[in-house]
Design a protein. Structure first.
Length: 460
């Protein structure tokens, strides 16, 4: 049975649908990015120790990213497949995908919590911590790990709300947690004098509220696909399809950890603690645009998947063209502005004049290639929405594993600490050109009845 809500994905005007579905998702992601950024802004202003505390929290980024990446493993593979199933009027399969993905998320939660609790200290040193910053890093991540299950469920299941067309509900799940986090941060950090511990505790409590909201909706009658104990029994055939498609967004997120490790190591070796701290700020500046862009593509993706499943290829083409145009324009305008006003962005996170000077120097270099990266964001999301796991995986591996990590290791030998920053724009430009070329060569073949039949047969 098809509900009116998901049926709209195949009938209403593309522009109207994109606005209704993407806008709440963008707003949700803008608020969601404040989870980490507000933490960093407040932490950077802790009296006397702000710069060291900011650097310490920054080196926990690889662990936090890996935890979120595993959530994306389940959601990035499961939600598009659920949307395709809905387009094919196969609600029972969509619910099995949701249930199996939930079981996978719970399994990941136990595994990740245990692993990082045991190995956190050596890992933090590996990720760029020094004797001056390890205390702040360990304090923050120890509390954060208690809430791993909340992160997995909140992040991993929210896309199953979006894929049904319930964009506003998905937005609320993020909004509730983020608003609480923003409110609790100054209270815990400054009023109760909890410092870094307070920032971590605020985040855990906020994620718990988001997870509760998501579970409440997906188990209610309002949800077109219902989560239940019956559907949570793992279906290994379905899990195989989920993981095959989810491996691409997983690698895109997980390799951020590897990149951070390599870059922090290079910055610590050739620069020191302040240069490691600069990377925390640079990543935050990028999050301010690319997390909302990711929210936009996540909001649009159900339109692509549903209409692909329904065989309505003209609607798929219209959606993809508009999505890529918007992602490119948004990233280009933001990046150019950030390159022209780097000190303005640095001042959001720290009052240390030396750290501001470093960021003002390296920010224009580091983000230069990102001016055209909106093209790849749109292309990557299109391939995911169309169920093209292999192409998505290659694009993800190309930029981060094949290009960026080797460049970040090699270039510092020739350019010193600046070599770490040069690696990013070189990798970005090369990967964008490759992604766009693959898209132009493959899109017409993908949007054919024969390809759709293969996808349907593979999922069955």
């Amino acid at each position: 049975m098809q509900t009116k809500q998901d049926g709209r994905l195949g009938t209403e005007k593309i522009g109207k649908l994109m606005l209704e579905l993407a806008l709440p998702s963008v707003l949700a992601q803008i608020v969601n990015v404040l989870y980490n950024i507000v933490d960093r802004i407040y932490i950077g202003r802790i009296p006397d120790v702000g710069s060291l505390a900011l650097t310490g929290v920054g080196v926990t980024f690889p662990i936090i990213t890996i935890i979120s990446a595993f959530a994306g493993f389940a959601s990035g593979g499961g939600a598009p497949l659920a949307a395709i199933a809905l387009g094919q009027k196969n609600r029972e399969r969509a619910e099995k995908i949701l249930g199996s993905s939930t079981s996978l998320l719970l399994f990941f939660s136990v595994l990740l919590t245990a692993f990082f609790f045991v190995f956190q200290t050596p890992l933090l040193y590996l990720f760029g911590a020094s004797d001056n910053t390890i205390g702040y890093a360990s304090t923050y991540i120890s509390i954060y790990l208690v809430g791993t299950v909340f992160v997995e469920l909140a992040v991993g299941l929210n896309t199953f709300i979006s894929c049904q067309g319930h964009a506003r509900t998905a937005m609320c799940s993020v909004l509730i947690g983020a608003v609480v986090n923003i409110g609790l941060d100054p209270v815990f950090i400054f009023v109760l004098h909890m410092g870094v511990s307070g920032a971590a505790l605020a985040t855990v409590l906020s994620q718990a509220l988001s997870a509760a909201w998501v579970l409440r909706f997906l188990t209610s009658k309002k949800s077109g696909i219902r989560l239940s104990l019956r559907t949570m029994k793992p279906d290994f055939a379905i899990l195989g399809s989920v993981m095959a498609l989810g491996i691409s967004p997983f690698i895109m997120s997980a390799t951020e950890s590897a990149i951070t490790i390599v870059m922090n190591h290079g910055l610590q070796t050739y620069g020191g603690d302040l240069y490691v701290g600069s990377m925390t700020i640079l990543q935050s500046v990028l999050q301010l645009i690319f997390v909302p862009v990711n929210g936009f593509t996540n909001g649009v993706q159900p339109i692509i998947s549903y209409n692909f499943g329904a065989g309505q290829f003209d609607r798929v083409r219209q959606t993809i063209r508009r999505m890529i145009a918007i992602t490119f324009t948004a990233t280009f305008v933001y990046v150019v502005f950030a390159m022209l006003r780097p000190a303005l962005f640095a001042g959001l996170f720290t009052t240390d004049p030396e750290l501001i000077a470093i960021v003002a120097k390296v920010l224009p270099v580091y983000i230069a290639g990102m001016a055209i990266f909106g093209l790849q964001s749109g292309v990557q999301s299109s391939f995911l929405g169309l169920g093209q796991a292999k192409i998505s995986l290659f694009i993800a591996l190309l930029r981060k594993v094949i290009l960026l990590i080797p460049l970040a290791l090699i270039l510092p030998h020739f350019f010193g600490v600046m070599g770490v920053y040069y690696a990013e724009p070189i990798a970005d430009v090369c990967s964008v050109v490759t992604a766009v070329t693959l898209f132009l060569c493959n899109i017409w073949k993908i949007l054919s009845k024969e390809t759709l039949a293969k996808v349907t047969h593979t999922e069955a």
